[in-house]
Design a protein around this ligand. Sequence first.
Ligand code: ZN
Length: 419
Amino acid sequence: MSNLFSYYTQVIFIIFVVVNHFVEIYLTRRQLETYEKNALTPPAEFSHFLTNEDHQKAIKYSTAKLKLSQWHLIYDAALLMYWFPFRGAEKLFQIFSFEGIHRDVMFLVIFGLLQFLFNLPWSLYSTFVLEEKFGFNKSTPKIFIIDILKSLLLSGLIGIPLLYSLIFLFSALGSWWWVASFALMTGFQFFLIWIYPTLIAPLFNKFTPLEEEELKSGITSLVEKAGLNAKEIFVMDASTRSSHGNAYFTGFGKKKRVVFFDTLLKQLQNSEILAILAHELGHMKLKHIPKSMIASIAMSFLGFWLMSFLAHQEWFFKGHFMKFESPGLLLLLFSQVIPLYTFWFSPLSSWISRRREFEADAYAAKETNPDDLIQGLLKLYQQNASPVVTDTLYSTFYHSHPPALERIKKLESFKGKSS
Ligand SMILES: [Zn+2]
């Protein structure tokens, strides 16, 4: 019975690898066609804001990125086939002749390093060839290497003790290990989100409080209305790596902050900065971080429960081409294989994210002039060479932000209603 089950699982796994990647390539092709159809001029709604030249640059840049991502998708599918049906992961596990907790941790660390190395050519090409070609890259080989060393060190310092703890709980606690592991992971996630803005992000970038005299009074009133402290608005030196611009909000409790990329500030008028700040404050005011944390805690609870069930199912391991069973392999399967099955939920999570963007826009439109946010957003599109056109189905799967046209139409509907 178990053998039949593992055989079916193997077939289902391979079907998912093939179908998912075909679907992703199909979606990419649809997006490429949309770009091709709109290659010369932006839609009429954008003709006052966007020059044909800017539009064409955005289309060319995004087309080049998508074409690269198509090859990356095929490469990823091949890697998955290597690790599982061709039993690469199983062979790697066999290399370690010793038993127990050290073997599991060592195996996961080496697996992680190998995955990192396999992906390195892609990020090198993307940074130093593609981004460079379109004039976005500001990083140097030195910065690139230092970034890699810092991230590896950080992942080791954080990841290795965490892996030891998870695998220790698995072997020490018997059938209730998953509750303890879930509690550990949840506490750990809170800790990471808490230390990220003040301890981790500053390892990579410089953050300075936004001190623009003319902006001060505008910021103070917006920030006070949202129940925040003006000291929590920062500028990040994004220009050391790339000329792309952005703004984001992060953290919770006393550690929350709004961050502007210096690259974005350079492009914007003060009124547009305030409108974008109002959008970020909208995310905060509407508690979008706590809401997504609750959702991710619930998912993780479900995930650990599922893990505890699958931990002792022979068919689950054999079905994913593993003749061994161990907590390390269980963690590997969960991190590598489960995303294949949850891919089909991405339209749902993208939809939730897009809805939140609309909510934050509505907040900004109420607190500032909608026209300023429209102008600010269009500058963001222009600065990042993001095309204002998109294929609907592609957007449904991948876009965390609403399509430009929808977003701007919605903002225009708020005109005259702001305070
Ligand atoms: Zn947003």
